[in-house]
Design a binder for this molecule. Structure first.
Ligand code: ZN
Length: 153
């Protein structure tokens, strides 16, 4: 499955469900283990590393999908997560995965599924609107062609 397809279906986020797998995404993380925003602490706070050419420290939450970059060594991941995404169920509970209760796991997973559905629907709506725009352009071109043909007669 292509990266775009993984993004479109939200499966990219399913793959980042466990803290251990999120930690593996921080291969080229620009901060060391002495930093407050070390790779281990970032993964614990729900983030996975998804760097781009211009945003080498870009991370994303696997629950609320909030993207954050511009990290500094003194930034505390849980605090940054909550301050930029107060609606995130994971940031609200603020516990490492190993300390979560079954009830908290269900709450987080329920919110994550809801966020994922909203994201997938928003992306499909965007694609649908783009296709509608292309169809409108096509119809306008056809109408112009017909008008040119009528004038020639
Ligand atoms: Zn979040």
């Amino acid at each position: 499955m292509s990266v775009d397809m993984l993004e479109a279906t939200g499966e990219k986020f399913d793959a980042m469900y466990t803290e251990a797998i999120r930690l593996q995404s921080f291969k080229n993380w620009p901060f060391d283990c002495k930093s407050l925003c070390s790779a281990a602490k970032m993964a614990e706070a729900g983030f996975f590393h998804c760097p781009t050419e211009h945003e080498p420290d870009l991370v994303q939450c696997y629950v609320c999908f909030k993207e954050l970059d511009g990290w500094e060594a003194t930034d505390e991941p849980w605090a940054e997560h909550y301050s930029h995404s107060k609606i995130c169920a994971f940031a609200q509970i603020r516990k490492p995965q190993k300390d979560l209760t079954i009830g908290e796991i269900f709450k987080i997973e329920s919110e994550r599924k809801k966020n994922k559905a909203k994201r997938v629907i928003a992306q499909q709506l965007k694609q649908f609107r783009k296709a509608c725009g292309e169809f409108d352009d096509y119809v306008e071109d056809l109408i112009k062609s017909v008008e040119v043909c009528k004038k020639k007669k």
